[in-house]
Design a protein around this ligand. Structure first.
Ligand code: F6R
Length: 341
């Protein structure tokens, strides 16, 4: 039972938003029925998704999905400048939940300057206005949330827009359906509490194979923003080429590791390396917990894993008596960053 004061703060609200992700996902799918984006006459050379924080991660997740499906590269740019190679041959998708993130707006302007094709995604803000002024297609996501909670809405907006503009179903109907089902029925709250207990009062290290790199980053970001704790990400096989040495001598002992593993894992090498990491960490005094990521498709896995991260981080905020919604340091950083322009 939450103490009364907790009802006045963010964790109850945030938890409800996470638990309603399946509805948010479906609502954005419905909204996309009214969106028309013309198919490009020629396939772009590359897709460049530009966004920061809770918006940029949507690009990372999409990138992994596209690796298995698309024959053109997808890059996610989390910066205030596009790479020099971006040109009229490429498709740039600036995505910003608020529509006011300076880094993303800079990339939007640069994309127009180099003559790239552009589709903008936001819940409103400057990005929407700029898109309208420049006759650029703009897709609206559900308003009134914090960016990290609007992940389903942004993901659907991005993947449906790209399906339209490319004229192919990179993310297929069955994958959208599977994701909704898993978001609605897949979560076991006992497991969420177990993960939260494992991480509590430690510095968590989130470990995964390359495929789960964006999920591990999302996990870290959620622990940062909702639980207000630092966290670290380690990706294998790269882990075995540097981080592994950091544990040779005793250092801080208050670490914990969460090993993200595909429930129906097919990649034998990935499984074997994660087993190695688990044994190595245990031997080094770092307690480990395997988090099995459910889902057939990569789409469903990414969204399900993100939901677990959201719920675990909210649960930890509750245990720490912290408001998960507030992110005042980000606002302060944004004010400082604006003075640089
Ligand atoms: C997540 C969060 C931040 C923002 C980031 C960019 O909830 O608050 O990570 O996502 O500062 O802002 P937007 O998403 O509005 O472009």
């Amino acid at each position: 039972m939450f103490p009364f004061t907790h009802y006045l703060r963010g964790e109850v609200m945030l938890k409800e938003h996470y638990l309603a992700w399946y509805r948010q996902f479906r609502n954005q799918l419905d909204a996309m029925r009214n969106v028309v984006i013309k198919k490009l006459s020629e396939k772009p050379r590359a897709i460049v998704i530009s966004g920061m924080g809770g918006s940029g991660i949507v690009g990372d997740l999409y990138q992994v999905i596209a690796l298995e499906k698309l024959d053109i590269p997808v890059f996610t740019i989390k910066d205030y400048a596009l790479p020099k190679w971006v040109s009229k041959h490429d498709l740039v998708v600036p995505i910003s939940y608020s529509g006011n993130t300076l880094e993303t707006i800079e990339c939007f302007k640069q994309a127009l300057n180099v003559g790239a094709k552009v589709i903008a995604i936001s819940s409103g803000g400057k990005l929407e206005n700029l898109a309208k002024e420049n006759n650029v297609p703009h897709v609206r996501v559900i308003k009134g949330l914090v960016p990290r909670v609007s992940l389903p809405s942004m993901f659907v907006a991005l993947s449906k827009s790209l399906n339209m503009v490319l004229g192919e179903n990179v993310v297929e109907v069955e994958e959208f359906e599977e994701t909704i089902d898993l978001l609605e029925h897949g979560v076991d709250y006992v497991e969420v509490e177990e993960i939260a207990s494992h991480v509590e009062n430690t510095l968590p290290i989130i470990v995964g194979c390359i495929k789960y790199a964006p999920l591990a980053i999302r996990f870290k970001n959620e622990l940062n923003e909702n639980s207000k704790i630092p966290a670290k990400v380690e990706i294998v096989p790269e882990w075995g080429h540097n981080d592994i040495v950091g544990w040779e001598q005793p250092y801080f002992r208050k670490f914990s590791a969460l090993i993200l593993r595909e429930k129906k894992a097919k990649d034998r090498k990935c499984i074997a390396i994660l087993d190695y990491v688990t044994k190595y960490f245990e031997k080094s005094g770092v307690k480990t917990l395997t988090v099995e990521i459910k889902g057939e498709s990569t789409v469903a896995q990414m969204l399900y894993g993100s939901l677990i991260a959201g719920l675990v981080s909210t649960e930890l905020a509750y245990r720490r008596n912290i408001d998960p919604l507030e992110t005042k340091s980000i606002s302060e950083y944004k004010k400082y960053f604006a003075t640089l322009f």
